[in-house]
Design a protein around this ligand. Structure first.
Ligand SMILES: *Cc1c(COP(=O)(O)O)cnc(C)c1O
Length: 382
């Protein structure tokens, strides 16, 4: 039987019918009143989702484009920044900032751990502390299943002449992010993670403090020049041809998010995270991330000894039409990652766990059928 693939990957994620339906319509021109209504609706919704009073810019790019744009707009050559990395995506910020000629002080932790706010505080209070122009980091480190304590770090930076630039690509719309209250100067989100949208858009909030830095920035940029986006936004439009279909889809997705209510969305994800971790433990498997930092949007699981975990993943995909993610870089073959972000509920998780059990059993892992499903059902609020 042909089934839709269930994507339980950390992006792209499933898309609700209401959002998909908007993309089946004939294209409309992006310089029209009709389009403007969708654009304005998306922008107003994004401000609520980001919990910011400032405009949120929409770039036609994947999340990484938003990260690059944040760096290119906020700094000048040689600026000193801290890049705190907890995995693949934290490392990406290090690479981008280095490529743009910034003076990057890298903080690394063993993968599976989070950043301790004291690490940042010590650097800020160190001898060159007042020269630090920015702190770059990841909120939800999708490669390891770690959620960093952005709130605590934001508080350290709020009254300093230092920008807090956060990759919220996989967290915005899933975990609570109080952009303004937590002092996030530039927050970069992506459409294909918790936003229930296809890939293709990056959403970027910019604080007043960040705009002051952006006006002085001397790094080259053209397509991603935030000043052009701000100017166009005043006229309710975009500087270049935007991905109109995706913007219309986004206007629908944010409406759905606001209908559900942000607090309900966060509670749903917390519950999914808790249920998934309980299920993993019940199966006798080990979590990869330190539980103190466990993300409620993605669960990374260590491959059990003697099991070819890539074969397990393949069986889930080919036999049961459920895609989960493997490990990246040195974690390839060592972990699997179950994404539970965006348009996902308890039954999607139950289906995934059942398929994981069956696939593990095929590879010889000893498991009583229903073990993880039963553990998850005890936790899930459905
Ligand atoms: C997915 C992801 C990215 C990269 O986004 P792309 O859309 O693939 O460019 C960056 N950071 C995090 C935390 C992510 O999850």
């Amino acid at each position: 039987m042909q089934r839709d693939k269930l994507l339980m990957t950390p992006g792209p994620t499933m898309i609700p019918y209401r959002v998909r339906e908007t993309m089946a319509r004939q294209i409309i021109h992006h310089r029209t009143k009709e389009f403007e209504q969708y654009f304005v609706k998306m922008n107003e919704g994004l401000k609520k989702v980001f919990q910011t009073q400032y405009p949120v810019l929409t770039l036609v790019s994947s999340g990484t484009g938003g990260m690059e744009a944040a760096v290119a707009n906020a700094f000048s050559p040689g600026d000193k920044v801290i890049a705190a990395s907890t995995g693949v995506f934290g490392d990406r910020f290090v690479k981008i900032a280095s490529r743009f000629g910034l003076d990057v002080d890298v903080i690394c932790v063993p993968w599976g751990n989070g950043i301790e706010p004291e690490e940042i505080e010590n650097r800020l209070n160190g001898p060159d502390g007042d020269k630090i122009k920015g702190v770059l980091m990841t909120h939800n480190e999708t490669s390891t299943g770690v959620a960093n304590n952005i709130e605590a770090i934001g508080k350290l930076l709020k009254d300093r002449d230092c920008l807090f630039i956060v990759d919220v690509i996989s967290s915005m719309g899933g975990l609570e992010v109080k952009t303004d209250e937590w002092g996030i100067d530039i927050a970069v989100a992506g459409s294909q993670k918790a936003f229930m949208l296809p890939p293709g858009l990056a959403f970027v909030s910019v604080s007043e403090k960040a705009w002051a830095a952006i006006e002085k920035s001397r790094l080259p940029k053209f397509y991603f020049d935030f000043l052009a986006y701000r100017k166009s936004l005043l006229n309710k439009t975009t500087p270049y041809t935007t991905a109109a279909s995706l913007v219309i889809a986004a206007s629908e997705a944010v409406e759905m998010m606001l209908e559900e209510g942000l607090d309900n969305i966060f509670a749903r994800h917390r519950n999914l995270g808790e249920a998934c971790r309980a299920a993993v433990k019940a199966m006798g498997l080990q979590l990869f991330a330190d539980e103190k930092y466990a993300s409620d949007l993605i669960t990374a699981i260590k491959a059990p000894e003697g099991i070819d975990i890539e074969k397990v993943r393949k069986a889930m995909n080919l036999q049961y039409d459920i895609m989960i993610a493997g490990g990246q870089q040195h974690l390839k073959g060592k972990i699997i990652r179950i994404g539970h972000m965006g348009y996902v509920d308890g039954f999607d998780l139950i289906r995934t766990l059942a398929a994981l059990e069956l696939s593990l059993a095929r590879e010889g892992y000893p498991i009583e059928p229903g073990t993880s499903v039963s553990a998850a059902l005890k936790v899930l609020k459905m």
